[in-house]
Design a protein around this ligand. Structure first.
Ligand code: BES
Ligand code: MN
Ligand code: ZN
Length: 496
């Protein structure tokens, strides 16, 4: 696929043209003059300006040439238009071209509500997002094949947009997001910790990252009793995956990213109900996000040192499985009482975070499908962020905003820290249902030293959609990759 920027598509025969139209009626600023009126009319007539991301297709006859498929996408209110809307709108437009034979597509960009380069990057990411499909194990022919798109023209009108870097970033991030989605989508029998490690090795090779995979013996030698306790019930060997990117001279890490890698979460002895348990194959979305994020950072050669950590294991009941009430010693030295074996994510994360700290990281972001409670609190449109100090939490939230991911800050104070004190050990892994997402964060907080800046992203509500949206099929969404890359990029540029 080729991406390029043009003022107008003059002289290029477009098979399709995607035009975002705002709720108030106006088409995106880059819309070719010849199409503006038609696009605005289609939006009005078909009511597609009312429901955000809805699309309407109109065949526009051109003098001489072939017809162009005009795809009008409802872009919401202009004043609300942001990076996330921008990639979602483009994804919705490209998805409307599934089953068509589109090879050359124009995308009218909005470059007034957004800076041009950001609009281009968001659009490149949107195109990638739209061309991912979940049915990788279907043996029958596609009913709804992907369009054979070869050329994508971003139409910017008279705006001056320097797009080379934006296109490069968009491709790296777009591919990384889809890689993360693919990993999360694979069934747990085909994506065990061993498989994740193999995928990570391939990714590391293609991106130029160093990889190290610690087996259970190595983890035991490091004292990772909390992580390993989750693996006790499974016959699949746990893997602790580490990727390293050295993008600047000198030692130390400017950023560590740690992802929860539960390749299947049955709940363990505190077993989950059968309904929807099959979806718990995506409980490694945090691990997928940090691995994918590291690959994009390496491909873009961002000038910082980064370590990505993905502790991976299944959480199953079994003869050796953890029993409620069992106590283990984490790598930090803190002892943990397992009240509920289904609160396993925090058990693997504490050892991941301690490992990252011992490797020299002073800034750590962990990413996890940690709690159902975060979806109760925020629904399915925002991830939650916790951490300390507040300035760092804000930096992570902002990296989300700039890169097109919605993240909302959540509280964490000493009252919550007190509530997870154990009667028998230092901390316990569950304090009941109320405020569940906060107790998950408070548990990880217990092993984070005062000299560390730390943020915890709970992506359990946004990692998987249960229903189709116009811009995305139901299934894995690949959250946190964009935020990670943007955060690394802002840390790298601050260092200069
Ligand atoms: N992986 C789940 C959280 C989850 C639930 C992710 C639904 C995505 C969708 C996590 O391990 C879990 O089971 N958390 C428990 C914690 C509780 C036992 C303290 C939860 O959220 O109920
Ligand atoms: Mn669980
Ligand atoms: Zn889990």
């Amino acid at each position: 696929m080729q991406f390029r920027n043009v003022a107008t598509p003059d002289g290029t025969q477009l098979d399709a043209l995607i035009v975002p139209v705002f709720k108030e009626g106006g088409a995106a600023s880059g819309t070719p003059a010849a199409d503006r009126e038609t696009a605005e009319w289609v939006a009005r007539e078909q009511g597609s300006s009312s429901k955000i991301f809805s699309t309407a297709t109109h065949l526009r006859q051109r003098d001489g040439g072939q017809a162009t498929r005009l795809v009008v996408v409802a872009a919401g209110r202009r004043e609300e238009y942001d990076i996330q809307r921008a990639w979602e709108v483009v994804s919705a437009g490209i998805r409307a071209l599934w089953s068509s034979t589109t090879k050359t597509v124009g995308v009218a960009l909005e470059t007034q509500a957004l800076p041009g380069a950001e609009a281009v990057q968001a659009a490149v990411e949107g195109v990638h997002f739209a061309l991912w499909r979940p049915d990788t194990h279907r043996t029958v022919e596609d009913e709804n094949p992907l369009p054979p798109i070869e050329d994508v023209l971003f139409i910017v009108g008279d705006a001056h947009v320097d797009s080379d870097q934006a296109i490069r970033c968009g491709i790296a991030v777009g591919e990384a997001v889809n890689w993360a989605r693919s990993l999360a989508n694979e069934p747990a029998n085909l994506m065990t910790p061993t498989h994740v490690a193999a995928e990570a090795a391939e990714l590391a090779k293609s991106a130029g990252l160093q990889i190290e995979v610690l087996d259970e013996d190595a983890c035991r030698a490091l004292g990772m009793g909390s992580f390993l306790s989750v693996a006790h019930g499974s016959d699949e060997p746990a893997k602790f995956i580490v990727l390293r990117h050295h993008g600047r001279a000198g030692d130390g890490y400017d950023l560590a990213i740690v992802g929860k890698g539960i390749t299947f979460d049955s709940g363990g002895i505190s077993i989950k109900p059968a309904a929807d348990m099959h979806l718990m194959k995506f409980d490694m979305s945090g691990a997928a996000a940090v691995l994918a994020g590291a690959s994009a950072i390496a491909k873009l050669a961002l000038p910082l040192n980064l370590i990505a950590v993905a502790p991976c294991t299944e959480n199953l009941p079994g003869g050796h499985a953890t029993k409620p009430g069992d106590v283990f010693t984490s790598m930090s030295g803190k002892t943990v009482e397992v009240i509920n074996t289904d609160a396993e994510g925090r058990l693997v994360l504490v050892d991941g975070v301690t490992y990252a700290h011992r490797q020299g990281a002073k800034r750590i972001v962990d990413v996890a499908t940690l709690t159902g409670a975060i979806a109760v609190a925020l629904g399915r449109h925002y991830a939650g962020v916790f951490g300390r100090p507040d300035e760092f939490v804000e930096e992570v939230r902002q990296a989300g905003e700039v890169s097109g991911e919605r993240i909302w800050p959540m509280p964490l104070s000493d009252e919550y820290r007190d509530d997870i004190k154990s009667d028998i050990a230092d901390i316990k892994n569950s304090a009941g249902r109320e405020g569940g997402a906060i107790y998950g964060a408070a548990f990880i907080d217990a092993v984070v030293d005062a000299d560390v800046e730390w943020a915890h992203l709970d992506i359990a509500g946004v990692a998987w959609y249960d229903t189709d949206r116009t811009f995305s099929p139901k299934g894995p969404q690949g959250p946190a990759v964009r935020t990670i890359v943007e955060l690394a990029s802002s840390i790298a540029s601050r260092r200069r």
